[in-house]
Design a protein around this ligand. Structure first.
Ligand code: FE2
Ligand code: FE2
Length: 297
């Protein structure tokens, strides 16, 4: 639809739990308290603190970048007349993401002993929107970044939370996971609303992108943050996912959540998963040199 044509909007919502949430969420979600003063860096080896500061700063970079993405996404959804409850859910995400960025940076500063600075690749953030704001583009972006990306991010953060024995790191990851679950659901509910309306060519375009994403997922997340010898336990306690745990989390969420979810939308992901590019250190290095994004943000 051309942007010169006015958008005609009348009040409508989806018939999903988001609709109920839309009514109840005038009360903000209860937040998990974080016992910041309980952090004791002297309990961890230097190598564990260093890798934790690195991993948590990398996570903060993704969280910060997500603020701009979801801000635009909410605007694009409103300009395409998405259901009111979905737009409302999208509007809340940037506030969550900036809170995540700040919380994870604060955690990184405890490990680093100084306030870390993160570098945001603005071109990469902008590139997501270089194809314009068409509804077709919006469908692909929501499938890719919100449904698949946020579901993957939730699984990885759940992995961090499960390993984290440190009370501060554990509370940080628990509080972020509690929000990410809602972000992922927004993506799946949007697709559930859109899928029945897709023409065959529209479905094929989304399926094509979903297939490529699924085929690359194992390789894209092949490498986690591996601590040096003697620091592995400490790093895990601080909520750092090593390569092995990251691969296990990705495999679990792809097979139990993402692939079946995409299949249910008629996007034929099982086929792509069976034929996926198998991970190996060599294949990962090649993949990275090609400049393909390798994070879930
Ligand atoms: Fe987040
Ligand atoms: Fe998120």
């Amino acid at each position: 639809m051309s942007l010169e044509t006015p958008l005609l909007v009348s009040r409508f919502r989806t018939d999903t739990p988001l609709d109920r949430l839309h009514d109840s969420e005038r009360r903000p979600r209860a937040r998990i308290p974080i016992p910041w003063s309980h952090f004791d860096g002297s309990r961890y080896p230097k190598g564990a603190l260093e890798i934790a500061a690195q991993a948590h700063s990398a996570l903060a970079t993704g969280e910060y970048g997500a603020v701009a993405f979801f801000g635009r996404l909410a605007a694009a959804m409103s300009l395409h007349g998405a259901p009111f409850d979905l737009i409302s859910a999208a509007c809340k995400v940037p506030a969550d993401e900036i809170r995540h960025a700040e919380t994870v940076l604060r955690l990184a500063s405890l490990s680093a002993g100084v306030d870390p600075t993160i570098s945001i690749d603005r071109r990469r953030v902008e590139a997501r929107w270089s194809g314009g704001l068409s509804l077709e583009r919006l469908d692909v972006l929501i499938m890719e970044v919100v449904a698949v990306g946020e579901t993957l991010a939730t699984a990885l953060l759940m992995g961090c939370r499960e390993h984290a024995r440190d009370p501060v790191a554990r509370a940080v990851f628990a509080s972020i996971v509690a929000d990410e679950v809602h972000h992922a659901r927004l993506g799946w509910y949007y697709l559930g609303w859109r899928a029945p309306k897709w023409s065959r060519p529209e479905r094929l375009r989304v399926a094509d992108r979903a297939g490529r994403l699924v085929a690359d997922a194992e390789l894209a997340f092949w490498r986690g943050h591996d601590a040096p010898r003697g620091s592995k336990r400490g790093a895990r306690a601080l909520g750092v996912l090593d390569s092995e745990s990251q691969r296990a989390a990705v495999r679990w969420v792809m097979e139990d959540e993402i692939v079946p979810g995409l299949d249910a939308l008629g996007l034929g992901a099982s086929h792509a998963w069976r034929g996926r590019r198998r991970g190996s250190d060599r294949a990962y290095e090649k993949h990275r040199r090609r400049g393909v994004p390798v994070s879930a943000d």
